[in-house]
Design a protein around this ligand. Structure first.
Ligand code: FAD
Ligand code: DLZ
Ligand code: SF4
Length: 509
């Protein structure tokens, strides 16, 4: 037995050199363990591109650590003896290396965190679980912020984060005199605008090896593997982000909520997969955006909107996840039970908005926020789909999906399944919203202007059906009251037609 001091386990979404477990180590005395394991690749049937991205990024990170002098035990998925689980791989490493301690940065997902907690007793080796200081707010700090508050609202948390980081602050005041410029960020996109595309990286030899492995082993998973153009190294991820700042950020704010057929990225950054896996540093990213604003290269509504997503929403949803887990995954405020329609996997639907969002999800493992929230999410909520099934779908299909960020966005923000803990009102909308923010409806077989009947946009009857059946649950919400009143003003025949249309559509699914 070699007898190392610390065995440092680095998980697939911890690909950061400054990670607490690595920073606490010593290359001369410690050993890093990284493992591609079947259990992680299959606990949901992740999109093929997501698995390929992560395995390739893990292999490149292991190479980077070795170059920096670390001894790394890297277990590939097809290595002899791979047990297929973190527990099994740590057990083998403990037997082979005889470490004095196991060191790991806290896992992002509750499931894995619970697994790690059992190791000390199981292996009779002390396990040090270090905080993940890549987040601005620790799990404990968020819980302290939330404690005793009647309502948790992102906006107030976000202001705390602005003060804490000093981002976009002029002394103690927010730059530009306002904390939030969201009001300026609701322009529908125009087809004639210049659309930058994210950087596309040609697969190197390592990535090609991973692509062959994924094609062979995960053929039954959702999504297209080729073409694969994601960055898999820190350098390429940084270049992709720099290109975004240069080309897309100036319009990020204005067109943040817009949707256009054939333009999956618009002015979005497509960096969530890199930040979440550890290839980009959230604070550095925000500092670069502030610099671009201070240099006069981007407007304040773009810089503020972008920074809010990262130090506001991203941190806030993580705080909610750890505050409410376990149990949050079973939230079902509306008691929805419908299975997820098959077209979420096939994209075979006449509804143009859903077809676009799901087709690109299949091709790219990406859809932007408004597509996730107001198209696929909105539809599932209006149709009464079981939130647990919706959650599993989002966790499967996006390259940036990890439970700590996906679950609160799905269960809380998009399905309102937590009854309003995270969001101040359900993000429910009829076809009119999608028509305003996109060019989808003009090319759809349904008529967005009709409320009922076989030609009517299904979102319309479903929306009013949702308002009507949940009036006792949401009618007191000041932001939904108006909708209930509008429904009440429809005459009895129209209300009946709405009920019939919604039922006929749902039966047809
Ligand atoms: P941009 O639009 O360019 O935004 C910049 C960055 O801000 C993102 O990269 C991301 O890091 C952060 N961000 C933006 N919105 C959010 C948000 N609501 N919560 C947390 N971070 C945010 N995001 C994930 O990272 N992983 C998920 O699994 C995920 N699942 C989602 C599920 C649903 C139902 C919804 C409505 C949203 C989900 N989001 C998720 C949030 C958001 O949609 C994605 O972060 C974003 O679309 C990623 O694309 P982008 O990198 O181009 O982001
Ligand atoms: C998502 C994922 C996948 C698909 N595969 C692996 C893997 O083989 N090895 C690994 O270390 N991590 C993987 N991950 C990421 C983990 O699921 C993630 O680190 C945990 O969910 C904890 O957040
Ligand atoms: Fe979607 Fe309705 Fe518009 Fe068709 S008409 S694209 S279903 S919102």
């Amino acid at each position: 037995m070699t007898g190392v001091r610390n065995l440092i386990l680095v998980l697939g979404d911890q690909l950061t050199r400054g990670l607490s477990s690595i920073a606490a180590g010593d290359p001369a005395r410690d050993r890093v363990l990284m493992a591609e394991v079947h259990d992680e690749a299959t606990y949901v049937r992740h999109h093929k591109k997501k698995i390929a991205f992560l395995f390739s990024a893990m292999r490149h990170f292991a190479a980077e650590l070795r170059e920096a002098g670390w001894q790394v035990d890297y277990v590939t998925l097809d290595a002899d003896g791979n047990t297929g689980s973190f527990t099994g791989e740590v057990e083998r490493a403990v037997a082979a290396r005889g470490p004095e301690r196991i060191v790991v940065t806290e896992a992002g997902e509750w499931r894995v965190a619970a697994m790690i907690k059992g190791w000390e007793e199981r292996f009779c080796v002390p396990v040090d679980i270090l905080p993940d200081d890549r987040f601005l707010s620790s799990i404990e700090a968020f819980a302290a912020w939330a404690d005793g508050r009647k309502q948790l609202r992102m906006e107030y948390f976000y202001r705390e984060m602005r003060k804490k980081t000093g981002l976009l602050m002029d002394g103690s005041e927010p730059a530009g005199g306002k904390w939030n410029f969201d009001h300026d960020n609701r322009k529908p996109a125009k087809t004639d605008l210049f659309m930058p595309r994210p950087n596309e990286i040609a697969p190197d030899e390592t990535t090609q090896g991973v692509l062959a492995l994924v094609a062979d082993r995960f053929d039954n998973h959702f999504g297209d593997l080729a073409p694969f153009t994601f960055a898999v190294t820190r350098g390429d991820a940084e270049d992709a982000f720099a290109a975004f700042v240069d080309k897309a950020l100036p319009r990020f704010g204005d067109y943040q909520d817009a949707m256009l057929a054939g333009e999956p990225f618009l002015y979005h950054s497509v960096i969530a997969l890199y930040i979440n896996a550890g290839l980009l540093d959230p604070l550095k990213v925000c500092a670069a955006v502030e610099d671009a604003w201070r240099a006069g290269d981007v407007p304040l509504n773009a810089a503020e909107g972008f920074i809010r997503q990262i130090i506001g929403w991203r941190e806030y949803v993580r705080g909610i996840y750890w505050l409410k887990m376990p149990g949050y995954e079973a939230s079902n405020f509306f008691g929805h039970k419908r299975p997820l329609p098959d077209f979420y996997w096939t994209a075979e639907t006449d509804m143009m908005c859903l077809r676009e969002a799901i087709t690109q999800t299949k091709e790219l493992a990406y859809a932007h926020h408004i597509q996730r929230l107001m198209v696929t999410g909105n539809f599932a909520m209006l149709a009464g789909v079981d939130p647990a099934e919706v959650h599993e779908w989002y966790l499967c299909v996006y390259a940036d999906a990890y439970e700590w960020v996906e679950m609160p966005n799905t269960i809380g923000m998009s399905q309102f399944a937590d009854g309003g803990l995270l969001a101040s009102k359900p993000y429910a909308a009829s076809g009119a919203y999608i028509n305003r923010m996109s060019d989808y409806c003009g090319n759809c077989r349904y008529d967005v202007k009709q409320r009922t009947g076989p030609e009517a946009c299904p979102f319309n009857a479903l929306y009013w059906g949702f308002v009507s059946r949940n009036r006792n649950r949401i009618g007191n919400n000041p932001r939904m009251k108006q909708m209930v009143r509008t429904y009440d003003r429809f005459d009895g025949d129209e209300q009946e037609r709405i009920t019939q249309s919604a039922a006929a559509f749902l039966d047809s699914l």
